[in-house]
Design a binder for this molecule. Sequence first.
Ligand SMILES: [Mn+2]
Length: 321
Amino acid sequence: MVDVFNKITEAVKSHDKVIIMAHRHIDYDALGSALGLYEIVKSFNKEVAIYVDSDLKEMVNTKLFDLIANLDIKFIYKNTYHKFISDNTLLIIVDTHKEEMLANHELLNCVKNKVIIDHHIKSNEYIKDALFSYIDSNLSSINEFVAFYLKYLNKSVDSVIATIMLTGIELDTNDFHSKTTPNTFLAASYLATLGANTYDTLELMKEDKDATIRRMNYLTRSYTIDDEIMICPLDSEKLLPKDLAIISDMQMSFTNIELGFVIGNLINGKVGISARSSGKYDVSKIMQALGGGGHATEAAVQIEGKSIKEVEKELKSLLKR
Ligand SMILES: [Mn+2]
């Protein structure tokens, strides 16, 4: 990773301004890594800002706002980012490499030089004209990467940022249960030495009561096959991929369940499946067969032009094999 750290440092140093942007529906991995990088860029005496769409307000966590408000972070938004763009602006994209996932497409086209850092399985729809991309699916999270970058530079961050970064690792690893390697613990350990507070990460991970109860209701529509596979078809209102992911995580909390699938209508009009495995089966192979991908224990797919029933039938015939 050291060569990537040096490449990012070089890219930052050869620009005047840096914008950091993540995916839509910003989560703690995206936000934490953006904040960590923000501090790194600032330490090189560059002008830096984090682009967020209004979704930051929808993260429904007043605790987060209280924490961030006390930091001196420059956020830019849809109506203010133009002022930050010049011929010498660098865009660093974190936690996604797909154009369609970006918080803002127009911003992408306004900036010539881009760097991409991601840990999702590389798809064909990656942003092709970047200065360089580092896409490593062995990373638990982008915060793992940024924690090592901070450590390499021997830089520290405010304990609030360390806390948000640790929350990102906890979120992406399901509290160190999936995608966790020895490096993940080392990164978490470094963040702890910077003052990351595990009581606060727990507080940040708390979900809105109504949203949680709604998801629990959806979960009750699950049925079980062979005592170890749980399928939850949701022919209901349109949901976020995040909702499907949380419900499939819930399925995995039950004894004997080795595979969990949640099928639902997404707000983008497609049918999504969020799939989980205890590790006994490789769930990414099942999602690949449907055109998706992911990790052995966490995978997903989005399918166009099919109904929930059709997708459910296809999934079940795949499971039989
Ligand atoms: Mn992530």
